[in-house]
Design a protein around this ligand. Structure first.
Ligand SMILES: Nc1ncnc2c1ncn2[C@@H]1O[C@H](COP(=O)(O)OP(=O)(O)O)[C@@H](O)[C@H]1O
Ligand SMILES: [Mg+2]
Length: 272
């Protein structure tokens, strides 16, 4: 199982959108994908058509969440729910206790240890990381093989990257996860007609990406209202608007994602 975190310290840069749509793209290609909602805002949970608040009420078939797995009251397998978007480990606002509750050296390995249970059951685990730099971010960075960094073509979405790099450096230098690598940057809401969009992308390519020893994905995701509709309806773009341009973008991005992984990982992991 290849584990990939979608991370950026900044919120609102399409982390959840990219996790969900790449997950759906990989699923469409026949891969077994596990989505992990590591954000207490529960946005990926919602995007998968689930209601995070149902977990507490044990309603709608939702019983457990990532917090239960971290607390040892449920196994990861117990917490997985099957949805149209794929299998998902849900999350909710309850997880906001994490920074206070999970402290000490072993708290960095909670996600890594939990994922070990399904190592042979899935081809990919895609983890939607919360904004900010607390214990959950470190759990994600310790657990994964690669980090993918979603950005908008805006100055402010680049600001969080420096802090993310510092956190990744800390994880590597303290040997929590020495092999951690950036798979690439995904540019979202790209408007190729806008001069400034191209300028920012150019700057990221030349200045920011090399700092993380990484490259932008060639495929840019254009601005697509259909993605907001997907968020609202809890559906994948491939079901909601399969003929849209933005669905084409995610299909191409999925291919590029696989090509890049093919170069960087043991090939047998990508055969399906
Ligand atoms: N390419 C896009 N075109 C239009 N809207 C987008 C695009 N990508 C994301 N969005 C919208 O931007 C908002 C923030 O995206 P989201 O994935 O929730 O960001 P994050 O997880 O980083 O906070 C959402 O309403 C989402 O539907
Ligand atoms: Mg999000």
């Amino acid at each position: 199982m290849i584990k990939i975190a979608f991370a950026n310290i900044k919120g609102g840069v399409a982390k959840t959108t990219d996790t969900a749509m790449l997950g759906a793209g990989l699923k469409k290609r026949g891969y077994k994908v596990l989505l992990v909602d590591a954000d207490p805002q529960g946005t990926l949970t919602e995007r998968s058509g689930l209601i995070p608040e149902s977990i507490k009420e044990n309603a709608n078939g939702l019983k457990y969440q990532l917090l239960d797995v971290f607390e040892g009251t449920a196994s990861l397998k117990d917490a997985i729910v099957s949805t149209e978007m794929g299998d998902i480990v849900p999350n909710s606002l309850d997880m906001f206790v994490a920074d206070k509750r999970f402290t000490g050296p072993s708290s960095y390995y909670l996600l890594k240890n939990a994922l070990a249970e399904v190592e042979n059951d899935y081809d990919f685990a895609l983890i939607d990381v919360l904004p900010g730099a607390g214990i959950m971010l470190f759990n994600c960075l310790v657990a994964v093989d690669f980090v993918t960094i979603p950005i908008f073509a805006s100055k402010s979405s680049v600001r969080g990257i420096k802090l993310l790099k510092d956190c990744m450096d800390e994880v590597k230098s303290s040997k929590l996860n020495e092999n951690l690598r950036v798979l690439g940057f995904i540019v979202n809401r790209f408007n190729k007609q806008a001069k400034f969009s191209n300028q920012i992308v150019d700057d990221i390519n030349k200045i920011v990406a090399p700092l993380l020893d990484a490259e932008l994905f060639e495929t840019k995701i254009r601005n697509g209202i259909a993605l907001d509709e997907c968020e609202y309806k809890g559906r994948s773009i491939f079901f909601h608007k399969p003929e849209s341009k933005v669905a084409d973008d995610f299909t191409r991005l999925t291919e590029e994602f696989l090509e890049r992984l093919d170069k960087l990982t043991d090939k047998s992991q990508l055969q399906n």
